[in-house]
Design a protein around this ligand. Structure first.
Ligand code: NAG
Ligand code: NAG
Length: 302
């Protein structure tokens, strides 16, 4: 009897030692891998619909009559909409009383239209326009095309956000967008706080976002912007423009794996197989149709 207990105790010690003796990298990988819970994934859904809704004509987002996309966020109260869908992407601003936040959303573009822009090796990076972005170091550089697009809607978006904040006595703003609209939303996330009281807080949730700027830009975003950028499976857009061209992602990637898990990818440009860079090592391994989703069942577009 006694010896059996001793045997059991010894076996437990061996078992426990076995756990302790797991190679350090394995233990680290296990601890730092972070798959979002069902509730955490579900919390993205209203923003996913808002990002999708920006593809709808401004005349229908201003009246919130765009159909399924609008109906998915039924309590939304529009304030302003704009853009021509050509030189200036569509956008809308309003208030969500359920989430208690002002929403700013920017239209994206088709994979076929954005890929040529992103793979152009003559891409120019420029410092941010000092009028729109006062006080930001000239070492912070961004894609000149994205900056130009953002600058065209910026004054109207700022005015609409100011109206929405005062009309609804709000103090929180959420920026969203898909694809090119994600890049504009990220630039808005840097731009808007420079012109609004410091009591206003911000969050950005973007989908299928390309790289927007250089290392100094990514570091500025990490220091000043609360960001989640969601990437779907083998979408090639988030790996562009290439890091070898001097473009870098800020932190905050959430990658949807082939198994439909939502993984929080720590750090900037995380190279793990669970994150975009690992899943899409080059554009030939990308899957263009993954760009539009589905993101937890929601496909981008109106
Ligand atoms: C990259 O993300 C994976 C998945 O969440 C995580 O396990 C890993 O620690 C991250 N790598 C770095 C360098 O942060
Ligand atoms: C910077 O933005 C302002 C305001 O939109 C504009 O008037 C000005 O032309 C821009 N400057 C440059 C160098 O693009």
């Amino acid at each position: 009897m006694g010896s059996r207990w001793i045997f059991l105790a010894q076996a437990l010690i061996v078992l426990f030692a076995g756990v302790q003796a797991l190679p350090a990298p394995l233990l680290e990988a296990r601890q730092s891998t972070s798959t979002l819970s069902t509730a955490q994934v579900a919390a993205f859904k209203p923003f996913t619909f808002y990002a999708s809704t920006a593809a709808c004509n401004p005349s229908t987002t201003l009246t919130w009559t765009c159909g399924a996309n609008c109906n998915a966020n039924p309590t939304f109260q529009p304030v302003a909409s704009g853009g021509d869908g050509d030189r200036t992407q569509f956008w809308f601003v309003g208030y969500d009383p359920t989430l208690k936040t002002v929403i700013v959303s920017h239209q994206g573009t088709d994979t076929s239209k954005i890929m040529p822009i992103l793979t152009d090796v003559n891409i120019i990076q420029n410092p941010l326009n000092a009028t729109l972005f006062p006080g930001i170091s000239s070492s912070v550089e961004v894609h000149s095309g994205f900056a130009g697009t953002q600058s065209r809607s910026a004054p109207d978006v700022l005015a609409a956000v100011q109206t929405a904040l005062s009309r609804h006595s709000a103090n929180h703003v959420t920026l969203t967008g898909h694809s090119l609209g994600a890049a504009i939303a990220l630039l808005d996330a840097v731009f808007l706080p420079l012109h609004l009281p410091s009591t206003v807080t911000f969050k950005s949730v973007t989908y299928g976002m390309p790289r927007v700027g250089n290392q100094a830009f990514a570091d500025y975003v990490d220091a000043h912007v609360t960001l989640s950028h969601v990437n779907n499976k083998k979408d090639p857009v988030p790996i562009l423009p290439g890091r070898f061209l001097g473009f870098h992602h800020p932190s905050g990637e959430v990658h949807i794996t082939d198994a439909n898990g939502w993984v929080a990818c720590a750090g900037q440009d995380n190279t793990s197989d669970l994150c975009t860079i690992g899943a899409v090592p080059n554009i030939f391994e990308g899957e263009d149709s993954d760009h539009s989703g589905p993101y937890d069942g929601v496909r981008m577009g109106c």
